[in-house]
Every structure is written in C-alpha cells, then in structure tokens.
Design a protein around this ligand. Structure first.
Ligand SMILES: [Cu+2]
Length: 226
C-alpha cells in the first residue's frame, strides 16, 4: 500500500520506514484505547436500580498505563534519533552546492557560475525552479530574506525551515530522474499557497549541459520526447 508519494532520495526509505513504525505503534494504541473507552462507557452505563459509586482508582493499572507508553515513547525516540542523526548529523562531502533564498513568495535558486564561487557576477540565478544531478549528493544552503519559510520536497522526504539571518544546510542524493514539487511548508503570508516550484532531477551529463546553457545565458533547448 502506498499512501505517500514515491520516495526518490537515498534516505527516503528510512524516513518512510520510521513513519510507518510510528503509525503502526500509535495506530494500535489509538484503536485499543478508543475500544476500551467505548467498552467501559457501555459496560458501566446507567441501569435502573444500580447506584454509581466513587472509586479512587487502581495503582497497579495506573503504573501499567504509565510505564507502557513511556517505554514505547523511549523506543520510538531512540529509533527516530538514529535515523535523524544519520540524515541531519552530517552532510556527505560534495562540490555540488545550491543556495536557496526564500522570500515572499519566491524561491530563488543560485548555482556557482563558471568560476566555482557563490556571490559573484556569473552566478546562475533562477526562480521557482531547481535542477539537480541524479545520484550526486547536493548540499542545499537555505536562507530567507523576510519571514520563516520551509523548503519542502515531499518526494525527497526533505523539509527544513528557512530562517532569516541563518544559513541552514541540508542535503539530498536523488535516486530517480523526474519532476518533483517544491512547496513552502510554513505559513508565510497571503501568497503562501502559491509559493511552489519545480525540481527536476537529471542525469549528471544533461545536468552539466543544462548548467552550461544557463551560464551562457541561453534558454535550454527542449529535450526531445523520450
Ligand atoms: Cu513561504
């Protein structure tokens, strides 16, 4: 069963696995507790001739329903921490870097130009569009000009706030060519819902050609239909 969009980053399977583990554990807990709630509501419903009575409770039962969720929470926390640490803890060494400047309501995407440096005259700057090479780790440096935005690429299972005054680095290694949506996942003003872009994952060679064409200031030719 696939409820989620197809994952196309190296870490998406681990995120999805964690998602489903949490869903199953909390789902079972939800169904069991709701079933008990309705059972007890029915079991101890009003009956003629039966008086309600006060009960302080049951220490043993209270300890059980405190310790069991606590143990599950610790287990889920440790499992999440492992996945989180692997993804967020370090960025694979790579020369492939992109700077994303979020603003109301636009994603500015910046590539190093021919000189291999950011913030120089030959930077390639495009809007609401990002191209990434397949199979190559890319470091994405997130910034914001105005308010907090959130860079969200559902297909990568990548979501990270872009905060004014900070540069927050994330990374991704795409595993499948195609077009994927970029969305803003932080309510950032009236145009929040329109703040979306397209992300295209290309084979490394066409990607380099695309970048060269951008550097030359020439619009890329339409790719022939596959
Ligand atoms: Cu936004």
């Amino acid at each position: 069963m696939h409820w989620l969009p197809e994952g196309v980053s190296t870490y998406s399977p681990r995120i999805d696995q964690m998602f489903y583990v949490i869903l199953v554990v909390t789902g079972i807990a939800f169904v069991v507790t709701e079933a008990l709630l309705f059972y007890f509501a029915w079991r101890y419903r009003h009956r003629d001739g039966v008086r309600a009575r006060y009960t302080h409770g049951n220490s043993r039962v209270e300890i059980v329903w405190t310790v069991v969720p606590a143990v599950m929470l610790v287990f889920l926390g440790l499992a999440s921490k492992t996945v989180w640490g692997e993804i967020k803890g370090s960025i694979p060494p790579t020369d492939q870097e992109v700077v994303v400047m979020a603003s109301q309501f636009d994603w500015e995407v910046r590539y190093k130009g021919a000189d291999g440096q950011f913030d120089t005259a030959d930077d390639v700057v495009i809007h609401n569009e990002m191209h990434l090479p397949l199979g190559v780790p890319t470091k994405i440096r997130l910034r914001s000009k105005d308010v907090i935005h959130s860079f969200f690429v559902p297909a990568f299972r990548l979501k990270q706030d872009a905060v004014p005054g900070l540069t927050i680095d994330v990374w991704v290694q795409p595993t499948k060519p195609g077009d994927y949506e970029i969305a803003c996942a932080e309510l950032c003003g009236f145009g929040h819902g329109t703040m979306r872009g397209m992300l295209t994952v290309m084979e490394p060679q066409p990607f380099q050609e695309w970048l060269k064409q951008q550097e030359a200031g020439v619009a890329p030719a339409e790719a022939p239909p596959a």
